[in-house]
Write a protein that binds this ligand. Structure first.
Ligand SMILES: NC(=O)c1ccc[n+]([C@@H]2O[C@H](COP(=O)([O-])OP(=O)(O)OC[C@H]3O[C@@H](n4cnc5c(N)ncnc54)[C@H](O)[C@@H]3O)[C@@H](O)[C@H]2O)c1
Ligand SMILES: [Zn+2]
Length: 714
C-alpha cells in the first residue's frame, strides 16, 4: 500500500506484468492434473493457515508449490486458472463482509541478494531511473489487519481476507497492545499492520492451552491468527500490533512512507519503525543488503518472529509510478529469511539427565533445515508438556528454531500419525542412577540432584583421555561421592590423604599417591580439561581443536556462537550447544581455575606471550639460585606417577632429569623399590627427597603455592 492518497488502488493496466513469483528455479508440473492438484493443496493449506488451525504443510513446502505453480503458468499459459494463488491474495480464503477501502495486497518474495538486485532493476526499468530511496522494515509473521479510526476512536478492525473484504475482528482487536482504543488526537484515519504474538506470549499461550487440554499452536503466527479469530476465548493470550502502512492521513498527501509512519507513531500507534527491529532508510542496493543482513542477524533477539525484511520505495511518487499487480505492489518486496518452522520425522525420544539432575525429554529428528541450520535434535521441554501435546515417536512434527534459540518441537501432525504409534511413557525412575524422581516441579529432577551424575562425570574427568588421574577408579569415585566429599571435578583437588584414607579399602599410602596424582593433573593442558568436562557435542579431538584455536579458557568462554564456528567442523548447532554448555559449566570452571588447574594450551601460535606471562609469577622449585636447572635423579616409584611421568614432573618443576647419580647430582628423589642409586646418593652426600614429599612438592607447585625445597628434604 502506498502511504496515502489514491495511488493505493489497483493499477495493473499500465505496466509490464512481472512474474509475481520468481519461478526461474522451479520446475513446472508435467500435467494439468498435477497443476490443479497443487492449487487445491495450497488452498486447503491456506484455509488452515489463515484460520490459525494446525498447519497442513510447512511454509517452505508451500512456497515451493507456489513457485512450481508459477513456473507452470509461465510454461503453459493456457492452463492458468484465473484465481490461482499466484495472482490472488489469501489463496482463495473465504472473504469476510468488511470491504476494504483499497485492496489489501500480499507481497512478492525474493530469497537472496541476486534476486533482490533483479527486483530493484525491474523497478528501475519501470521508473526510468533509480528509486528515490528505500526503507527496510521487519516482515512480521502474523495476521494483516486494517484498523479504522474515526475522530481518534477505534471504530472497526478487519482481517485481510481475500484482499478486497475481510472478517470483522473489532471486539478481539480491542485488547491488542500497540493498537490504542483512542489516538492522541481526534483524527480519522486507517492504519494497517500486523497483529502477532511475542515469543513470551506465545510460550504462555501454549502453556494455557495445553493446560486446558487443548492442542498447542505450531508457531506464534498460527497462535495470533487463531486468537484473533476466536469467538469465545477460554484463555486469554495477549496479542501485539505493529503498523506498516497508513491510509487517508489528513494532510498526509505527498509524505514519504517514513514520514507517514512517524506521523502515526506520534498519534500513539506502535509501528515497525519504533520496534526493536527499526526501519532504516537506504539509498543504494548495497545499503539495502546490509540493512537486511543486519535485521536477519538480529532475528533471534527481537522477542517476536520475523520471517523476512520488507523493502519499500519510500517516495510516494515512485509508488504511484510503479503501481501494483492484482496480488502485490511493485514498489515493495519481501526478502524472506529461511523458514523457522519445518516438519520432520521424530525418530526417537531420549531421556537426558543433566549435570544438576534435571531430567528432560529430547527429540531425535531426521535431519531438517530450520532457519538455515541443519537440526537433528530439539527440546520437548518437559514431560507434562510432552504428554499433553501427545507427541509420539514416528510422528511428523513441527520443528521451530527462532534465531539462536535451541530448536523446539511445537506439535505433531495428527493426520500423518502412523497407525501403530505408541504414546510416550515417561520414566518411572531416574534413567541414570535408578533413583527416585522429584515430580513436584514442571522440570523433573533426580532426587540425587548433582550427586546423580557425579560418578559418571568424575570418571569421565579422570579418564586416560581426559585428565589421566591414575588410581581414581570407579570404586574410589563411588566412595568419595557417597561420603559427600566430592560432587564435581573441582572438589577432587580439595581431597586430602587423611580424608581419603578414612574411606573403606583405601590405605594411607594409596591415599597419598592418589592425592599426588590428582594434584599432578593440574598441569594437564586446556584440551584435556575440556575433554574431561564432557562438553556436549565435543570429544577428544574437538576439544583439542577448540583449545588450539582459542588458546585459553578465557578466550573460549568469551567466544560468540559465530566465533566458535570459525573452528573446523563446528557448525551452528554445535556452536550453540558448546556456548550453552560453557555457560552451564561456568561455576565448575571457575572452581577449577581457583584450584590452579591449567586453563591454557601450550604451543598455540600467537598466544605464547600471554601464557609466558601467566606462567612467570610462579617460581620453579627445582632451579638453582643462578636460575639454572637442578640435576635430579628419580629412583623408585613416585606415588601417582609412572617412571616417565616422574621425570616429566622434574622438568615441569624446572629441573633436568638424569639417570645416574654422581657428585654433580643436585637432588635424588627416593621412592619405594629404590636400589643402589639411593645408597650412592647417601654416600656422596647428595640431598635426598622421599618420593611422597616430591609428590607433595609437585602438588603444592601446581596449586600455585611457592614451596620451599628445603622443607621437603629428608
Ligand atoms: N504453510 C501453509 O500452509 C501456508 C499456507 C498459506 C500461506 N503460507 C505462507 O504465507 C505466504 C503467503 O502469504 P501472504 O499472502 O500472507 O504473504 P506474505 O506473508 O508472504 O507477505 C504479505 C504479508 O506480509 C505481512 N507483513 C508483515 N510485515 C510487513 C511489513 N513490514 N510491511 C508490509 N507487509 C508486512 C502483511 O500481512 C502482508 O499481507 C506464503 O509464501 C507461505 O510462506 C503458508
Ligand atoms: Zn539419578
Amino acid at each position: 500500500m502506498s502511504s496515502t492518497g489514491p495511488s493505493a488502488g489497483l493499477t495493473t493496466a499500465d505496466h509490464e506484468v512481472a512474474p509475481v513469483v520468481d519461478a526461474a528455479w522451479a520446475a513446472a508440473f508435467g500435467t494439468r492434473e498435477e497443476y490443479r492438484a497443487a492449487i487445491e493443496r495450497m488452498r486447503a493449506a491456506a484455509t488452515a493457515y489463515y484460520a490459525g488451525g494446525d498447519l497442513v504443510i510447512d511454509d517452505a513446502t508451500y512456497d515451493a508449490l507456489l513457485a512450481r505453480t508459477a513456473a507452470t503458468e509461465q510454461a503453459r499459459p493456457d492452463w492458468a486458472e484465473s484465481d490461482s494463488p499466484t495472482v490472488t491474495v489469501g489463496a482463495g480464503v473465504a472473504a469476510g463482509d468488511v470491504e476494504h477501502s483499497t485492496p489489501m495486497l500480499s507481497l512478492d518474495n525474493v530469497f537472496d541478494a541476486d534476486e533482490l538486485r533483479a527486483w530493484a532493476a525491474r523497478l528501475e526499468r519501470i521508473l526510468g531511473r533509480p528509486a528515490l530511496g528505500y526503507t527496510v522494515e521487519p516482515k512480521i509473521d502474523g495476521m494483516a489487519i486494517a484498523a479504522r479510526y474515526v475522530d481518534g476512536r477505534l471504530r472497526q478492525v478487519a482481517t485481510r481476507g481475500d484482499g478486497r473484504a475481510g472478517e470483522d475482528v473489532t471486539t478481539q482487536a480491542r485488547l491488542v497492545a500497540g493498537l490504542p482504543a483512542e489516538l492522541r488526537r481526534p483524527v480519522t484515519v486507517e492504519v494497517r499492520g500486523e497483529v502477532f504474538m511475542t515469543d513470551a506470549d506465545f510460550a504462555r499461550a501454549n502453556e494455557l492451552r495445553t493446560a486446558h487440554g487443548g492442542q498447542a499452536f505450531a508457531n506464534p503466527r498460527s497462535a495470533a491468527a487463531g486468537t484473533l479469530r476466536a469467538q469465545d476465548r477460554a484463555y486469554d493470550a495477549p496479542l501485539s500490533f505493529l503498523a506498516y502502512a497508513v491510509h487517508d492521513l489528513p494532510g498526509g498527501e505527498g509524505l514519504t512512507h517514513s514520514a507517514a509512519m512517524a506521523a502515526i507513531a506520534d498519534l500513539g500507534v506502535a509501528t515497525t519503525a519504533g520496534s526493536p527491529a527499526g526501519m532504516p532508510r537506504c539509498a543504494t542496493i548495497d545499503e539495502l543488503s546490509e540493512a537486511i543482513a543486519a535485521m536477519g542477524a538480529a532475528r533471534g533477539t527481537l522477542g517476536f518472529d520475523i520471517d523476512g525484511a520488507v523493502v519499500k520505495a519510500d517516495d510516494p511518487g515512485d509508488r504511484d509510478l510503479a503501481g501494483s499487480s492484482s496480488r502485490a505492489p511493485r514498489w515493495a518486496i519481501a526478502h524472506k529469511f529461511p523458514a523457522d518452522t519445518r516438519t520432520s520425522k521424530l525418530a526417537a525420544i531420549e531421556v537426558q539427565v543433566g549435570r544438576t539432575g534435571v531430567i528432560t525429554p529430547v527429540a531425535v529428528l531426521e535431519p531438517v533445515q530450520v532457519g538455515g541450520v541443519v537440526v537433528t535434535s530439539a527440546t520437548l521441554h518437559n514431560f507434562g508438556d510432552l504428554v499433553r501435546r501427545d507427541v509420539r515417536v514416528g510422528d511428523t512434527v513441527f520443528v521451530r528454531r527462532a534465531g539462536e534459540v535451541i530448536p523446539e518441537i511445537t506439535g505433531a501432525k495428527l493426520d500423518e500419525r502412523p497407525a501403530d504409534a505408541q504414546p510416550f511413557t515417561p520414566p518411572e525412575v531416574c534413567p541414570r542412577c535408578g533413583g527416585e524422581i522429584d515430580r513436584t516441579q514442571k522440570r523433573w529432577r533426580c532426587t540425587q540432584g548433582r550427586a546423580c551424575g557425579a560418578g559418571e562425570s568424575l570418571s569421565y574427568f579422570a579418564a586416560r583421555d581426559s585428565m589421566d588421574i591414575e588410581g581414581l577408579g570407579d570404586k574410589v569415585i563411588a566412595g568419595v561421592v557417597a561420603a559427600g566429599l566430592v560432587t564435581d571435578p573441582a572438589d577432587l583437588y580439595d581431597l586430602t590423604p587423611e580424608a581419603l584414607s578414612e574411606l573403606d579399602r583405601l590405605g594411607r599410602t594409596s591415599a597419598t599417591k592418589l592425592v599426588a596424582a590428582i594434584q599432578a593433573s593440574k598441569a594437564q593442558p586446556l584440551s584435556r580439561v575440556l575433554t574431561g568436562l564432557g562438553v556436549r557435542m565435543t570429544g577428544r579431538s574437538m576439544s583439542r581443536r577448540l583449545a588450539r584455536h582459542f588458546g585459553t579458557m578465557e578466550a573460549l568462554r568469551a567466544a560468540t556462537v559465530e566465533q566458535l564456528q570459525e573452528v573446523e567442523a563446528v557448525g551452528p548447532e554445535r556452536a550453540a550447544t558448546i556456548a550453552a554448555e560453557l555457560v552451564e559449566l561456568g561455576p565448575v570452571i571457575d572452581k577449577l581455575t581457583a584450584r590452579g588447574v591449567t586453563m591454557t594450551e601450550p604451543g598455540v601460535p600467537g598466544r605464547e606471550a600471554a601464557q609466558a606471562d601467566a606462567a612467570l609469577p610462579v617460581p620453579l622449585p627445582l632451579r638453582k639460585p643462578d636460575g639454572k636447572p637442578m640435576t635430579v635423579v628419580v629412583t623408585g616409584s613416585v606415588p601417582g606417577l609412572s617412571r616417565n611421568e616422574g621425570n616429566e614432573a622434574v622438568e615441569h618443576l624446572g629441573g633436568k632429569s638424569s639417570g645416574s647419580v654422581s657428585a654433580r647430582t643436585d637432588l635424588v628423589v627416593v621412592g619405594a623399590g629404590a636400589g643402589s642409586k639411593a645408597a650412592k646418593a647417601e654416600e656422596l652426600g647428595v640431598p635426598i627427597m622421599p618420593a611422597e614429599r616430591f609428590a607433595e612438592l609437585l602438588a603444592a607447585h601446581n596449586g600455585g603455592e611457592e614451596p620451599v625445597l628445603q622443607t621437603y628434604l629428608d
